[in-house]
Design a binder for this molecule. Structure first.
Ligand code: CP
Ligand code: NVA
Length: 307
């Protein structure tokens, strides 16, 4: 069988995604009760970071360690990648020494090009287009707190960015409704929206979008690589700030998520992350558990074949 990659949520079937989330919940319980097993003993993950990270690096690095494996942090500044060694050549060499490679990059094509030549799994740790690992953690968090998300209504508020694109893919894979409230001109990838059909709608009215919502998720107004646009975006995005008053318009049991890092006073009001409806710390911790389940799925798939 050819090697499996995780560049997008669509690289797994809905059933596989559910299995990964159930396994993440189980791994979390095992860690809390001191029953962890070394399912990736002796395996090595390479991690290429072309952009900054706190959660993604920590969760992959700690996760590999917990599972008995090891990880190697690779920055373009210190590797030959930064001096122009072709992605294809790097991919062949890294595949011969590693058991999986995680890449955080700018152009999504960097991931697809690397994966094309890789003989070990390649994981998208965030690109300009998608952030699928974050969605595993978000869906784990919703499942833990509210049960299945199927048929529920989620609302994305803010920029139609990499996170928003991954929410669209999640709506299809997990069968929930997604309303996107974004300023005109900042809509997500139109192809993804078209593929999602009836499940996804777009508006520029956040108050209307959140009516009856079970989940609200937001993110920074300027992503990594868009720093020069940050000031100009501020005025356009101001009406899209998530506040307690906005949450009050949603369902009584609404959850607020944010992939973090957050800019308090910008996309979230100064106090809303302290509201009991905000679950961002649990969501951040779940990066660890969800990615451990993903690493097992990709590196040691036999674990999943026996239920
Ligand atoms: N949410 C997220 O990916 O965080 P980092 O940028 O800190 O990895
Ligand atoms: N949209 C943000 C997510 C950070 C985790 C970015 O790409 O910078």
């Amino acid at each position: 069988m050819s090697v499996r990659h995780f560049l997008s949520l669509t690289d797994c079937s809905p059933t596989e995604l559910q299995l990964i989330i159930q396994r993440a919940i189980e791994l979390k319980r095992q860690r809390q009760t001191g029953q962890a097993q070394e399912t990736l003993k002796g395996r090595v993950l390479g991690m290429i970071f072309e952009k900054a990270s706190t959660r993604t690096r920590l969760s992959f690095e700690a996760g590999m360690f917990h599972l008995g494996g090891h990880s190697i942090f690779l920055s373009p500044r210190d590797t030959q990648l930064g001096r122009g060694e072709p992605l294809a050549d790097s991919s062949i060499v890294m595949s011969s020494m590693l058991d999986a490679v995680m890449i955080r990059t700018f152009a999504h094509a960097t991931l697809t090009e690397f994966a094309k030549h890789a003989t070990v799994p390649v994981i998208n740790g965030l690109s300009d287009d998608l952030h699928p690992c974050q969605l595993l953690a978000d869906l784990q968090t919703f499942t833990e707190l509210r049960g299945a998300i199927q048929g529920k209504t989620a609302v994305w508020i803010g920029d139609g960015n990499n996170m928003c694109n991954s929410y669209i893919e999640a709506a299809v894979q997990f069968d929930f409704n997604l309303r996107i409230a974004c300023p005109k001109g900042y809509e997500p990838d139109p192809q993804l929206v078209a593929c999602a059909g009836q499940r996804v709608s777009i508006t520029d009215d956040p108050q209307q979008a959140v009516q009856g919502a079970h989940l609200i998720s937001t993110d920074v107004w300027a992503s990594m690589g868009q720093e020069d646009q940050a000031q100009a975006r501020m005025a356009e995005f101001r009406p899209f700030q998530v506040s307690k008053e906005l949450l009050d318009l949603a369902a009584d049991d609404v959850l607020l998520m944010h992939c973090l890092p957050a800019h308090r006073g910008e996309e979230v009001s100064l106090d809303v992350l302290d509201d009991p409806r905000a679950v961002v710390w649990q969501q951040a911790e779940n990066r660890l558990h969800a990615q451990k389940a993903l690493l097992e799925f990709l590196i040691n798939p036999a674990l999943y074949q026996h239920g």
